[in-house]
Design a protein around this ligand. Structure first.
Ligand code: PEP
Length: 248
């Protein structure tokens, strides 16, 4: 069985004042039966690590550059994130793919760098609405996975997030059957590529997860947790999702 993870992606939100949410969250969730991860903007990583000390909340990052150093203005290397206290990094989020033109090959190079730096790589895949309407979701997700996971990746440090682009920040979610279909397919693809160890890779669903729909999503086969955007910004909302996952 894969371990359960509630992961929050703060995106480009948060300054010092927002860190109060971390202490509030830690107080609300105690010691849940799942991992809890928050990925703030890079500017807050080390401060969030300090504020989360002594709690179950781990801290991650939202992107990394594939190189270890050099002339890449504005970018951050994976070992810099690790040095700041991050233990995991989200890669291939659809906003990175859209805003920065990141390809599957870019994501694979970033993931290789993340793994070398000792980070866990949370690799995001998911279809646009047009792709779902064209009924290419399963093939697309398989191809994104094949291209985004680097050769020789250690399955123990991989997490996959299925995030339909049309469900992110929209309040819309796929049906539970649609989530089950994609997650089953992802597990099969991972097993074909990585063998029996794929059973232990956490598969997260992401896209408009809220306290009100979390429990039914977590009951879906092969859903091992969630990658949460908007609802991870407020401690009370994210605590509701953590509690639902802990009980799943
Ligand atoms: C996300 O951006 O990864 C995400 C799932 O966002 P939201 O929960 O706001 O839909």
């Amino acid at each position: 069985m894969a371990r359960k993870i509630a992961a929050g992606n703060w995106k480009m939100n948060g300054t010092e004042a927002a860190l109060a949410e971390v202490e509030a969250l830690a107080g609300m969730i105690g010691t849940p039966d799942c991992e809890v991860l928050l990925c703030p903007p890079a500017t807050l990583i080390d401060r969030m690590v300090a504020r989360a000390e002594g709690s179950v909340v781990a801290v991650g990052a939202q992107a990394c550059h594939p190189a270890t150093s050099g002339a890449h203005t504005g970018d951050i290397a994976a070992d810099m994130l690790a040095d700041a206290g991050a233990t995991q990094v989200i890669l291939g989020h659809s906003e990175r793919r859209a805003d920065h033109g990141e390809t599957d090959a870019d994501v694979a190079a970033q993931a290789a760098a993340a793994l070398t730096a000792g980070l866990t790589a949370i690799i995001c895949v998911g279809e646009t609405e047009a792709e779902r309407d064209a009924e290419v979701t399963l093939n697309l997700v398989a191809s994104q996975l094949a291209g985004s996971i680097p050769e020789g990746a250690d399955p123990a440090r991989l997490v996959v997030a299925y995030e339909p682009v049309w469900a992110i920040g929209t309040g819309r979610t796929p049906t539970l059957d649609q989530i089950a279909e994609v997650h089953t397919h992802i597990r099969a693809e991972l097993t074909q590529r990585l063998g029996a160890a794929a059973i232990d890779i956490p598969l997260l669903y992401g896209g408009s997860v809220k306290p009100g729909n979390a429990a039914e999503i977590f009951a879906v086969n092969d859903v091992d947790g969630a990658l949460v955007g908007g609802a991870s910004l407020k401690a009370a909302d994210f605590a509701g999702i953590v509690t639902a996952l802990s009980a799943a």
